[in-house]
Design a binder for this molecule. Structure first.
Ligand SMILES: Cc1cc2nc3c(=O)[nH]c(=O)nc-3n(C[C@H](O)[C@H](O)[C@H](O)COP(=O)(O)O)c2cc1C
Length: 446
């Protein structure tokens, strides 16, 4: 048995990660709005000893500009504020980490530092911040911009933002609040450190009006792919989400992030790289495939065509049962010439795929994570391949549907991981840092 074990996060995406999950009869219609559903998912993940639950976020209504698309993908146009949902989850769970996104482009470091320090207090040390710089058009338009700023500008602001947040979290030493009733001393001002930050993007005096939180500093996580994002991961993050669909691509990302960690004076193991996996699980492969087909059959053609558009341009002039047009010249001039699109075209040629086949590949997210249907053994085999193949320290589990896909992973895949010694059977402690095996940072003045 190898001593190294995987880290696992459960992404909560309302009805599930399959684009048509919301249409499955067994998926509750109120999965988006009813906080009880989110709590149930988190409790199931905690039953499976997951390190964390994660809620992604964008400050905008996805696809709202596109009337047809928003009608058929209506589950993406509305949501609730994830940090408030995590606060509700915090009081209904005891060990699982609670991670959400706050954008360094549209938030302010004072309010972000305050929100995560508070979540860390509420949860007894389980808060994590997924740092994103926001490339979406919808968000830009909600914050007075006609388009998002370029990557370099967004990340420059992110680096300063993080330094400010970290400085604010150290506003107070751990023992700054004696609350000495006898002597009438609430606060020991010798333990106060006022940040007084003045930089290019922010001017923040401090101190933060939240005491130092149980983890000292909430856990930092990031998910970008650009060079700046990898530098950010190497310098600050304890977890980097990888958005790569193939082992060799994820392995290159893995190496780059670890190299940057070492270049920043950290150890390679200080940042855990977690690629995504969306798995349909069955007791037999046929059962797993049947579950996947059931969701695939619910993908409306207009949704499928909308998903193909960013890759291949507008294919609505074709019948969906037509063979996928293979000549890239006949595809619309704005087709995306990424390696992934080229790989899809090769695949369409080799496997004689129709347009419908092609959008079903995207419906299960083959463009950005491992996507498969199989038995627990088959799924763990694939996870092991990435884990020992230098591409993963664990996985960001993206259940195809909720709650069924969550329960399947927890009750069928986790026991197989545990049987092979690849995953914990009990939590190591009560904080997210305990689970990840990363130390609580000492206060600089301590
Ligand atoms: C697992 C995962 C989760 C992500 N979550 C978010 C999110 O919540 N909000 C967001 O705006 N972007 C999110 N992203 C996008 C990344 O933050 C990033 O912008 C994207 O990968 C492009 O990389 P770049 O920013 O370095 O160009 C996520 C990406 C991945 C792979």
């Amino acid at each position: 048995m190898n001593g190294r074990q995987m880290k696992l996060g459960m992404s909560i995406w309302r009805h599930g990660y399959h684009v048509a999950a919301w249409r499955l009869p067994e998926v509750p219609a109120d999965s988006m709005m009813n906080v009880r559903r989110f709590i149930d998912v988190a409790r199931a993940a905690e039953r499976g000893k997951f390190d964390l639950v994660f809620m992604a976020d964008v400050l905008g209504s996805h696809y709202i500009e596109d009337e047809d698309r928003s009608k058929t993908r209506g589950h993406t146009v509305v949501k609730n504020d994830p940090l408030q949902i995590l606060a509700a989850i915090a009081v209904s769970t005891s060990n699982i980490g609670l991670v959400s996104t706050i954008s360094t482009t549209y938030a302010h470091p004072y309010t972000a530092a305050r929100a995560f320090a508070t979540l860390d207090q509420i949860s007894g040390g389980r808060a994590g911040w997924n740092i994103v710089t926001s490339y979406n058009m919808e968000e830009a338009r909600n914050f007075g911009l006609s388009a998002p700023a370029d990557t370099a500008t967004r990340y420059e602001r992110a680096f300063e933002f993080i330094e400010v947040a970290k400085g604010l979290w150290d506003s107070w030493e751990d023992d700054a609040f004696p609350v000495d009733k006898e002597r009438g001393i609430y606060v020991d001002r010798s333990k106060l450190h006022v940040l007084k930050h003045t930089g290019k993007h922010f001017s923040v005096r401090g101190p933060l009006d939240v005491p130092r939180s149980p983890q000292g500093q909430p856990v930092l996580i990031t998910a970008g792919d650009s060079d700046s994002a990898k530098e950010l991961a190497g310098r600050y993050a304890s977890i980097a989400y990888a958005g790569q669909p193939q082992l060799h691509l994820a392995a290159a990302y893995y190496r780059a992030v670890k190299e940057r960690a070492v270049a920043n004076g950290r150890s390679a193991d200080d940042v855990k790289v977690l690629p995504g996996i969306m798995a349909y699980v069955g007791r037999t492969e046929a059962e797993a495939r049947a579950k996947m087909e059931k969701a695939q059959d619910l993908v409306l053609p207009e949704v499928g065509l909308a998903m193909l558009k960013p890759f291949f341009g507008d294919l609505s002039a074709y019948d969906i049962n037509d063979p996928m047009p293979l000549d890239v010249e006949t595809l619309s001039s704005n087709w995306n010439k990424s390696d992934f699109s080229k790989m899809l075209i090769e695949r369409a040629r080799d496997e004689k795929l129709t347009i419908r086949d092609m959008y079903r590949i995207l419906a299960v997210g083959e463009d950005w994570h491992i996507s498969m249907a199989g038995t627990p053994e088959q799924i763990v085999d694939r996870m092991e391949e990435w884990f020992f193949g230098g591409a993963a320290d664990g996985f960001n589990v993206q259940p195809p549907d909720t709650p069924g896909g969550v329960d399947d992973f927890v009750d069928l895949v986790v026991p197989e991981l545990q049987r092979r010694g690849l995953f914990r059977k009990e939590y190591e402690g009560t904080t997210l840092r305990d689970s990840l095996g990363i130390a609580r940072p000492k206060h600089p003045a301590a």
